[in-house]
Design a protein around this ligand. Structure first.
Ligand SMILES: Cc1ncc(COP(=O)(O)O)c(C=O)c1O
Length: 380
């Protein structure tokens, strides 16, 4: 439901607890940090960041971002390998526009991020899903599919995946890179949750292979700073980036988000971004533990593994309960969830749900889980 004065995308009545929503809490969005970042730029008296921007993205911002990523990834990230986007969604859309044609085959994980699937649908791509397990995408399953068709690209979320929370092992990462070279397809690695690690240090990101023409790593400030910034990046081989930089969209509009880039540069250079991530990790680690304790207390029949990073619990319902049905029945109990089928390209995973532990504080998390229990019990 929208009203004409609405600002945020999801605007629910205050008595409704939507455990499905994957947004950061308003109280964790860093107003002061970004205000200070903008103030530094305005105080400099150079209005260049209000001009149409250079197509690849502001050079000084890319330098600051490269420095942040080099430290965070433990790699040597260079500014010439970075291209600034309006966020990962925009990066994916632009890559589809420039690298694919309607009817092309692409591969995704089963399950995958449901809103990326929507972008692929907008581009009329033929989506084939590859099996995964608790260690991420299964290379043998990929090989089977490669024997039948060649994708334009493989889209995957290698670390703290959405919706499963699973992380692809280093061994499998190496194997996928080998397969991409051998069969000549592109890997689009969506690394949006890489920095949100609570109890596991993830393997090297795919950004480590971005000198390879077969790999594109996508990153975003949405989960480590604020989604309203609409700011992200693509890290890839300079020849791949050339195709992005030379597109009509940028020829007309200039580089993406120069104003926001200038502000966020302030937040990076002051050390505020690192502090913000440390704070989010501390808060989210506690929320994982708390949601886990609530699930064990109220819904012990749910089967899941405790997320080690990212945003989500991915739980299997008992007795093959249909999660889409449960979602409908949960509405009068004023609680929401995301049914697994929305993440499946095969119309499967009907007895799974995705719950997010990030948006709500303890009291509402407990209330939400309790309401879900009441809903399930009411229909027994
Ligand atoms: C896996 C994944 N990719 C991309 C996004 C969206 O990223 P952005 O806000 O940078 O477009 C999300 C947001 O939930 C996500 O979970």
């Amino acid at each position: 439901m929208t009203n004409s004065l609405q600002t945020v995308q999801i605007n629910l009545p205050p008595d409704f607890i939507d455990l499905g929503r994957g947004d950061p809490a308003l109280s964790l969005l860093p107003l002061d940090l970004l205000r200070r970042g903008a103030e530094v730029r305005f105080a400099e008296g150079d209005p260049s960041f209000l001009q149409y921007g250079t197509e690849q993205g502001d050079g000084r911002f890319r330098l600051a971002l490269a420095d942040f990523l080099s430290r965070g990834y433990g790699l040597d990230v260079r500014p010439e390998n970075l291209f600034i986007t309006n966020g990962i969604s925009n990066g994916l859309d632009l890559i589809c526009t420039l690298f694919t044609q309607s009817g092309d085959t692409i591969f995704v994980e089963e399950p995958s991020y449901f809103l990326a699937l929507r972008i692929f649908t907008d581009h009329h791509l033929h989506v084939v899903s590859i099996d995964t397990d608790e260690n991420g995408l299964i290379p043998a399953s990929l090989r089977d599919h490669l024997a039948e068709s060649r994708p334009k690209f493989l889209y995957l979320i290698p670390t703290f995946q959405n919706p499963t929370g699973h992380t692809l092992t280093q061994e499998r990462r190496d194997e996928l890179i080998q397969l991409a070279r051998e069969y000549d397809f592109m890997i689009l690695a969506d690394e949006v949750y890489h920095f949100l690690k609570y109890t596991q240090k993830p393997p090297k990101p795919f950004a480590a292979y971005a000198d390879d023409k077969n790999v594109i790593s996508l990153g975003s400030f949405s989960k480590i700073l604020a989604p309203g910034l609409r700011l992200g990046w693509v890290q890839a081989h300079p020849e791949t980036l050339k195709l992005l930089v030379n597109c009509g969209l940028l020829d007309s509009g200039g580089g993406l988000n120069p104003f926001t880039s200038a502000t966020v540069r302030g937040a990076i250079e002051s050390g505020g971004l690192d502090q913000n991530i440390d704070k989010l990790v501390d808060v989210y680690r506690e929320r994982v533990a708390f949601m886990d304790s609530c699930l064990r207390k109220y819904l012990p029949e749910f089967v899941y593994s405790i997320p080690r990073g990212g945003y989500f619990f991915w739980a299997r319902l008992p007795n093959q309960l249909d999660a889409a049905e449960l979602q409908k029945r949960a509405e009068p109990f004023r609680v929401g969830l995301r049914p697994g089928v929305r993440f499946s390209s095969r119309g499967e995973l009907r007895d799974y749900i995705r719950l997010c532990f990030v948006f709500y504080e303890s009291e509402q998390i407990e209330d939400g889980v309790r309401r879900l229990k009441q809903c399930i019990e009411s229909s027994k």
